[in-house]
Ligand binder design. Sequence first.
Ligand code: FPP
Length: 240
Amino acid sequence: MEARKIKISKQLDLNRLPKHIAIIMDGNGRWATKRGLPRNMGHKAGCENLKRIIEHIYDLGISCATFYTFSTENWKRPQEEIDGIFNVVRDYLDEDGDSFVQKDARVVVSGDYSKLPQDLVDSISRIIQKTKNCKTFTLNLAINYGGRDEILRGVNSAIENGQKLDSTADFAKLLYNADLPEPDFVIRTSGEMRLSNFMLWQMAYSELYFTKIYWPSFTEKQLQKALIDFQKRKRRFGAL
Ligand code: FPP
């Protein structure tokens, strides 16, 4: 994680920030194509931006963030692009390992990462192990993650254990990283306005924010703008 001093807007109330922010980092490919670059350069730039935005989320005092890194549907992309994404993720985890511990930041993964290439599985296992006692911040990477797949796994695990579930809260315990609060704020970049199989169960009452900006160009200032918008919303959770 790199250090950048960012001014905090007076409009942002630091006492009313989301507990868990989730981000669909879309638009890496279009960002690159617009600049005449190969798509994988977009993922590299997306990773550089992820570092800046994580740092800012952490500095603001938000304690949990999930990033949609690779979906169960992304296997349909050309192998070269898949390899490019995996390399960027592996390098990030390998290079930034110590800074996570210094910042007391825990790294967890949602998704079946055992199906990823062995070098990436090893990097992920190492960082999870290394940061498992960190408490200040949780970075959740959704990798080989699909919301429907997660729900199906939960259902199968209940069946296999002969478990009859009495409440939705009981079912939620069967999902990935059930100790995390549900995301109260979800941002999707690049102008697409859909959920793309992301945290379908956990997002039942999330506030959604869409921006046309491609992920590599989404700045700390735009994050603050999104958070100010979040703070204007009235969250009723079905009540009046
Ligand atoms: C969506 O943009 C982005 C992805 C499928 C990959 C996201 C991965 C990274 C940002 C790499 C870094 C991540 C970590 C955790 C180190 P797209 O390719 O669908 O863009 P497009 O819609 O413009 O084609």
